[in-house]
Design a protein around this ligand. Structure first.
Ligand code: FAD
Length: 732
């Protein structure tokens, strides 16, 4: 049986690789003879990537689509994928990108209309496949010469401070990646907590929320942090993009809402999403805090907590010396932009100034160089120790106070008991994913698995635990999920600026329309592999954009969605874009396109799958930049969101705070309605989406939640705990 399974596995991999090679050639349009080896490598690398993902179930859709395409090519074109002619390859990609035109798209539409489940449309499938195929190609170190990108290991300012920075091998080791995702998983049960007699608190999740709550609670409780993902020291963050995606992002980035309408980027490692941020930190708006106050999240408490986080993370404006020219090109003094857009330089917990490292309670032992070196690789963790994310701040704070941190130790469910005296439901233990038959006894639980992870964990628990299934807020668990979402607008400025994107920090400006707080625009920089996945079009056109990589700039529009998403116990998220959302998405794209054209861009494109050749959907210098003209064109290009690549790295809600269990899952003192010792401290608490970047607000809400938790655990009022604030004492 084993031999048969192995042969079948190898055969399936060979079939997928032959399709991947074909798609790479069609989508990337290799021009040079030596690129043949890169095509081959991309097919191998994509398979390696799929094998390296801890949750193999997440790889099934992509594996299945590649196999289905193999069958389709053989049936329709009567050739093996590797024997397709150039015309056949082009026709295939046209069928994928322009589904209305071909039998493949029409068949899929028929199947979709017959099935009761939300299957993705052809454009969504193509978008997901295209993203991974081009990523596999451009993430190979050999592809850098095609874009002119200078990788980290060839930059003396980086290698001089970190000599271990060496070119990674063309293929990363799948075994090593898998081993990293298993390290520590078998820690004996008796070592999970200190068992020192203090109340035992299990903090589940180590991101923005979990880390802050743990650091606060560790002062007075026996805290253990359980984290599903691996743990890294700064110099261990992987250099290979695909290894990084497999190790650090949930399901290797292949996380979509039902029907693949929206891609959700979620961190899965010690430090959670904070490890992958560019450092952008924006204080939530006054209006947000006022509306949250009405839901029970104390306004003054939030402001105090925001201040405490600001001090602990040494938030500071970006250092001008470390900015590339991309922001300046966009803002372009002579353009009329400033009449319409307010440009602000955000605060950052990336240490672009040496003084941000001052008074580090842990001695700055991982920093290499005095301050951020502008390597542009923030999205895979800072190898140089210059991002003050959770792994370098609140997690070590918690550890210094005795907390234990367990990487690769996901929690399967929480277990409850009914208190015989009071009749109340109380959490009594947790069950780890590694052994679903053993219950670890705990006194209190803090859920901090993120906006999808926390409701999912509780829903899973409710399915197996009658006590939890009948709690007051049960009906609201997994409801009211929202996003800051958006798509990417790319601009080609026609010349390589003196300081192209790779020479500066990732984000420069955040821009908004004065008086309009429905969306913000952020100009960002991405290294070639990630950028290749948002460039529209295929073949020669995609290649042309990538060839001019150093001339490119991008804006990410960030729109606060309504909280209409629903999370299911299996973790699936359903979310439908309403008509008014489409209008706002269009408006934010129109603003981005106009601002780029008026700043002097020679061409502007929008991420998404619309056609094999996307020229008709692009904007060019000299075009009418009036608002109605651009708006009409944007509406024609994207009559629905299917034609846009919609993404969110800012998930919010799902366990929202409120007074009434009929409309909220968590009470204003941050325990799950009806369960006093089950508390929540992460982005799932947000009673509305906040538009601006979320990490600062998540940390502050977790700080406030932890004050309440500490008070409830020790039976005193929340205010008293303030003196114990570890973040403040660390400052001193
Ligand atoms: C690529 C990227 C870039 C970003 N850039 C910015 C930025 O520049 N500025 C900004 O403000 N925000 C940014 N964000 C968003 C920010 O990182 C998140 O909003 C924030 O980290 C959310 O905090 P959280 O505690 O709710 O969840 P997370 O930080 O996601 O932490 C949740 C943790 O729980 C773990 N977990 C889940 N389920 C379980 C389980 N069952 N058992 C144990 N552990 C579990 C997960 O592995 C994860 O590590 C970015 C996010 C990403 C992904």
């Amino acid at each position: 049986v084993d031999v048969f399974a192995r042969v079948a596995k190898q055969r399936a991999a060979a079939l997928r690789k032959s399709v991947t090679r074909t798609l790479v050639i069609a989508m990337v349009a290799p021009e040079l003879p030596e690129e043949q080896a890169l095509v081959e490598l991309a097919a191998e690398r994509l398979e390696d990537f799929l094998d390296a993902i801890d949750n193999q179930a997440a790889t099934i859709p992509l594996r299945a689509v590649l196999l289905a395409l193999n069958g389709y090519i053989r049936g329709r074109y009567r050739v093996k994928p590797e024997n397709m002619s150039a015309e056949q390859r082009e026709q295939l990609v046209r069928e994928l990108c322009e589904p209305e035109a071909g039998p493949l798209g029409r068949t899929l539409e028929r199947v979709r209309s017959l099935l009761p489940i939300a299957l993705p449309g052809m454009r969504q499938l193509t978008g997901a496949v295209r993203e991974m195929v081009v990523l596999a190609y451009y993430s190979s170190p050999g592809a850098d010469r095609l874009t002119g990108y200078v990788p980290a290991w060839k930059r003396p300012e980086l290698t001089s401070v970190l000599p271990s920075l060496k070119e990674p091998p063309p293929r990363f080791s799948v075994e090593e990646v898998l081993a990293k995702q298993r390290a520590g998983r078998d820690v004996p049960a008796r070592q999970l907590f200190a068992y020192d007699g203090r109340p035992r608190v299990a903090v589940i999740g180590s991101g923005a929320g979990g880390a802050v709550a743990a650091a606060r609670l560790a002062k007075t409780c026996d805290v253990a942090i359980f984290e599903a993902g691996p743990s890294f020291l700064p110099h261990e963050y992987p250099l290979d993009t695909l290894a990084g995606l497999a190790l650090m992002f949930k399901d290797g980035l292949m996380t979509f809402t039902e029907g693949q309408k929206l891609q959700m980027l979620q961190g899965r490692l010690v430090g959670g999403g904070t490890v992958m941020t560019s450092g952008m930190s924006i204080r939530p708006r006054k209006g947000t805090l006022a509306s949250w106050h009405r839901q029970g999240i104390d306004h003054d408490g939030m402001n105090r907590a925001l201040d405490a986080v600001e001090r602990r993370l040494r938030l500071a404006p970006l250092n001008d010396e470390l900015l590339s020219d991309l922001g300046y090109l966009w803002r372009a003094k002579d353009s009329a932009l400033s009449e319409e857009l307010l440009f602000e330089v955000p605060l950052s917990n990336t240490t672009t100034h040496a003084h941000q490292h001052e008074a580090d309670p842990h001695g700055g032992k991982y920093k290499r160089g005095e301050r951020c070196l502008a390597c542009g690789l923030c999205n895979y963790g800072c190898r140089f120790g210059h991002k003050l994310s959770m792994d370098l701040t609140y997690i070590p704070d918690a550890k210094a106070l005795g907390a234990r941190v367990h990487a690769n130790l996901g929690v399967h469910r929480v277990v409850s008991k009914r208190d015989p005296r009071s009749g109340e439901t109380r959490v009594s233990g947790i069950v780890l994913q590694r052994d679903k038959s053993a219950v670890i006894e705990v006194d209190h639980v803090v859920l901090a698995c993120g906006a999808v992870g926390t409701p999912q964990l509780l829903l899973r628990s409710m399915a197996e635990d009658a006590g939890l299934a009948s709690i007051a807020g049960a009906g609201q668990v997994g409801k009211r999920l929202g996003f800051n979402y958006g798509t990417t607008v790319l601009a080609d400025f026609g010349h390589v600026p003196p300081k192209p994107g790779e020479a500066g920090v990732q984000i420069h400006y955040v821009a908004s329309k004065p008086g309009d707080d429905r969306f913000v625009l952020e100009n960002a920089y991405l290294p070639p592999a990630l950028l290749s996945s948002v460039i529209p079009g295929s073949g020669a056109q995609h290649r042309d954009w990538m060839k001019h990589y150093k001339r490119l700039s991008m804006i990410a529009n960030t729109i606060g969605s309504p909280q209409t998403g629903v999370i299911k116990p299996n973790g699936m998220v359903s979310y439908d874009f309403g008509p008014s959302e489409l209008d706002l998405i269009h408006e934010s794209i129109v603003t981005s396109v106009r601002s780029y054209l008026r700043a002097g861009a020679s061409r502007v494109a929008i991420a998404g799958v619309r056609g094999y050749d996307d020229t008709a959907s692009q904007f060019f210098a000299g075009e009418d930049t009036s608002e109605p003209a651009i708006r009409d064109k944007v509406r024609r290009i994207a009559p629905d969101t299917d034609r846009l690549m919609m993404m969110s790295a800012h998930l919010q809600g799902g366990m929202v705070v409120g007074h009434d269990p009929a409309s909220s899952a968590v009470s204003p003192d941050f325990h799950v309605h009806g369960v006093k010792n089950l508390m929540v401290a992460d982005a799932s608490l947000f009673p509305s989406t906040i538009v601006v970047n979320v990490q600062w607000a998540v940390m502050a809400v977790a700080q406030l939640a932890a004050e309440h938790m500490e008070a409830s655990i020790h039976g005193r009022s929340p205010g008293r705990g303030r003196a114990l604030n570890v973040t403040l004492s660390a400052d001193a």
